[in-house]
Design a protein around this ligand. Structure first.
Ligand code: ZN
Length: 130
């Protein structure tokens, strides 16, 4: 467990922390606040992500994610729910460009067979291969 610094890129920082600890299988959770955020929505018909910038301070209501491998590199896949001033929540796939105001995280390392992501022909997504 620990905290990130104001101004950190949320996804990049979590990925770097996992890399430093050599955690290639695990889970991530966090709460706190962001200065701004970028979330992704996977368009299942177009088979690509649409990204939305949210240029306002928001609370991290929930961040949940996992750690596995993609092309041999540690990858954090996380989804985030964010609340604005009126309490309404938006969310999606956590993308680079989400900037920390304050953040407390928890990373849990698992033992076991590593999971490697490969492009899945049914969805177009980088999913864990069978
Ligand atoms: Zn996702």
């Amino acid at each position: 467990m620990g905290r990130l610094q104001r101004g950190d890129d949320l996804l990049e920082s979590l990925t770097n922390l996992a890399g430093k600890q050599q955690i290639d299988l695990g889970e991530v959770s966090a709460l706190g606040a962001v200065e701004k955020a970028v979330t992704g929505y996977y368009d299942q018909h177009k088979r690509k992500y649409a990204f939305t910038e949210h240029n306002e301070p928001m609370e991290i209501v929930s961040l949940t994610g996992n750690i596995s491998l993609r092309e041999g590199k540690i990858m954090v896949h996380a989804h985030i729910a964010l609340a604005g001033e009126d309490g309404s929540v938006i969310g999606g796939h956590l993308a680079p460009g989400t900037i920390v105001f304050a953040c407390e995280y928890r990373i849990t390392a698992f033992k076991g067979e590593r999971l490697e992501r490969k492009t899945d022909s049914h969805t177009g997504l980088p999913l864990w291969s069978d």
